[in-house]
Design a binder for this molecule. Structure first.
Ligand SMILES: Cc1cc2nc3c(=O)[nH]c(=O)nc-3n(C[C@H](O)[C@H](O)[C@H](O)COP(=O)(O)O)c2cc1C
Length: 312
């Protein structure tokens, strides 16, 4: 040992889809991802990589308030994909590449395969290290459910984007489907290098006093602790069906134990969203806890425990 830090010898470092992360925690899309400055704050909090807010071809205002409501153990949001459009957001990606020391993954959405491809290409030209396709937003018509629930549309979008960019392509899947492995397989066969599982679960909240739905959009997506068992099952299903395809677990991760459960189910890394809103230091805490767990269980790296829950 010469004492130099090397990703090769770091038990927490992981590589998937051509990306190398110093630790397996990633900021999920839509939380503190609006600007290079907020992404940098998260990176300094210890994230191994960051995903930007989902960005489309043109500016979108999003829905009027209320857009977020507290549920029993999580949040229900229907933001409506507010974003400044890729032309303006490209500047944030470009700037983030000058300040962040971790991979920047651009989350993109569109209303057609071509639109997805244009936005993805612009994001890569601005310096994004990878692209994550949001084909799973549960509350915006013609870009969420319609694409993410149809293997045929999904395949078309993935193929078109894959042909347009030279960086790793990650597809973020929806849990709002009967069999997530059908969509996972369609995405991988169309060229996805990795999958993120999952986006939010379709949900709603009603106010007993006003007797009306609370969100202005009525329906939204549930995130946080409440979705963890569902997300975990999705990762497990995908790993069982597709084996070696890298999966990023997402849904309700708030501590090291949650992260470990996702690794055991088959995830190579985890994304954290709702828990970051409360505490940007969560990445550091999760990473430290995972390191202690690996030592206690006598494993040399995160890689070694990926998918272990599948052992017969
Ligand atoms: C306020 C809010 C905004 C979100 N915006 C996006 C988004 O723009 N794109 C996307 O792919 N996912 C978005 N998500 C979903 C998260 O990235 C993540 O998939 C989900 O919240 C589950 O993870 P968590 O339980 O750690 O939050 C959003 C979630 C929340 C709570």
């Amino acid at each position: 040992m010469n004492g130099e830090f090397s990703l090769e010898s770091n038990p927490l470092s992981i590589s998937f889809a051509g990306l190398t992360l110093a630790n397996p925690t990633i900021l999920a899309s839509g939380i503190l991802g609006y600007s290079a400055e907020s992404l940098n704050r998260v990176a300094k909090g210890g994230a191994g990589a960051v995903v930007t807010k989902s960005v489309g071809i043109a500016p979108r205002a999003g829905y009027s308030n209320p857009t977020v409501v507290q549920a029993e153990s999580g949040l229900i949001n229907a933001m409506g994909l507010p974003n400044p459009g890729i032309e303006v957001y490209s500047e944030e990606i470009r700037f983030s590449k000058t300040v962040l020391r971790v991979p920047v993954i651009a989350s993109v959405f569109g209303y057609s395969a071509e639109e997805y491809a244009v936005v993805a290409k612009r994001a890569v030209e601005a310096g994004a290290d990878a692209v994550e396709l949001n084909v799973s937003c549960p509350h915006v018509k013609q870009t969420g459910a319609e694409i993410g629930q149809s293997p045929k549309f999904l395949s078309e979008v993935v193929q078109t984007v894959k042909a347009a960019i030279s960086k790793p392509l990650i597809v973020k899947l929806s849990p709002n489907v009967a069999d997530i492995t059908v969509l996972a397989r369609a995405a991988v066969e169309a060229g996805a290098d990795a999958l993120t599982a999952v986006n939010t679960l379709k949900a709603m909240a009603i106010d007993a006093e006003t007797m009306r739905p609370i969100l202005s959009n009525v329906r939204g997506g549930l995130s946080g602790a409440a979705v963890k068992p569902v997300a975990l099952r999705c990762v497990y299903d995908i790993h069982e069906a597709l084996g070696d395809v890298p999966v990023v677990g997402c849904g309700g991760v708030a501590n090291w134990r949650d992260a470990v459960e996702f690794f055991l189910a088959g995830a190579s890394a985890v994304q954290i969203g709702t828990a970051v809103a409360e505490n940007t230091e969560v990445f550091q805490a999760v990473t430290k806890g995972v390191e202690t767990y690996l030592r206690r269980k006598h494993y040399g790296s995160v890689k070694e425990i990926v998918g272990l829950a599948h052992r017969k």
